[in-house]
Design a protein around this ligand. Sequence first.
Ligand code: G3P
Length: 220
Amino acid sequence: MSRPLVVVNLKTYETAHGASAENLVKAIASVETNARMVVAVSAFDLSAVVNAAPNLEVWCQHLDPVGFGSYTGWLHPSTAVERGASGTLINHAEHKVSIEHVAMLLDAVPEGFTVCACAADIDEARALTALQPDYVAVEPPELIGGDISVTTADPAIVSGTAAAVREISEQVGILCGAGVKNGADVATAIELGTIGVLLASGVTKATNPKEIIEDLVSSL
Ligand code: G3P
């Protein structure tokens, strides 16, 4: 079985950008765990974060399926790879794209580059799974940034996504997110059929993020 995965999305939180992002990723990297720990960072902070925490896996929050050339302002996968990214989120609830964008991105990234496609519900998870990303993360938008974990508020969407993804693919890993805050939420996510979680505010807003990470991975 693959290692459990914990992805911390720094979004554009004030406490998780620029110099604060560097401090936060150092705290995350200092936690000893069997889990696969990943941070998803702003494109601006990618190089700085990779330098600050060289042993941590660093993903982008979004990429565009463009090549070299005339693509002003777009986020080019090859540049992300050159700057140390080993994966990306795509189609996050806060940065939706078309299914064609996801398919083209999967074609554009190199072998071994991890793509986690985000889904708002089970139907979207099914459609994304058919494209064979490495992971599909289900996150009900209305629970994102809230105090109640999806694993408590809507366990059926987590187990339903797990079942739906498995009907289509044995390979695609399943994550859930929205409101995930502690180790008990992570343990429940695994019980419901996922391989881990995608979270943000539980870590980015924490007074002591290292303690939060230690708790998050305590059951893994
Ligand atoms: O990408 C993770 C995210 O959307 C969940 O955010 O703050 O509910 O953990 P949060």
